[in-house]
Write a protein that binds this ligand. Sequence first.
Ligand SMILES: N[C@@H](CCC(=O)N[C@@H](CS)C(=O)NCC(=O)O)C(=O)O
Length: 217
Amino acid sequence: MKLINNPPSPYGRKAVIALIEKGLPFEIVEDMPWGESTIASQYNPLEQVPILLADHGEAIYESDFILEWLERRYPRPSLLPPDDDGILDMKRLQVLAGAVQESWFRLFAETQRATPAAAWMERQKRKVARGLAEIARLVGGREYAVSGRFTLADIAVGTLLGSLDFLREQGFDGGVEGRWREQHGSLVPYAEGLERRESFRRSRQRAVPIDVQAIFT
Ligand SMILES: N[C@@H](CCC(=O)N[C@@H](CS)C(=O)NCC(=O)O)C(=O)O
């Protein structure tokens, strides 16, 4: 299998982690979806990475769908909770983590504009702050988010927190709302435990030169 991915992408990281956890052989094809030579649009009408290219040529895109596709096609080892309650708890966390990630990117994009819309930014900040608080309430202090074992919920939450750290290292702090380590100390041992896993270590986001102005303005 091949994974078309952009090295700084937290969405791509989710797919890489799942592939490693499942012990599947794969090759990464780096792509810059905003660049002129991108290949993403050949495989995904939404022009986004990550895209998983299955061995028979099928292209699967949208990170959560890639994870579900892998789960259905390669069920062992399972990255799902063992029962319906666990599945629903996992999906709630996937929704929350995905939405916080999106709001964070919207916030970042808005800061790149000549005249950022203050009300829009405040709205995104609220979503980030309240989403993170809810994640901390649900997960804080645990080793794994649901069912006492590693699942897709940990991929969702762990990559979100890792991505907030990564963006901060890159110089985008976004304000107090995203400072999850200071705001939600109970998430720190959880996230650091995940980052010690082999799949998390081998999938760390990597900065590449990007013309942010060209993308967002
Ligand atoms: N909801 C998508 C988001 C993917 C996404 O936004 N990928 C970025 C790279 S981090 C991208 O390809 N952006 C190009 C675009 O949105 O046109 C997923 O979960 O896969």
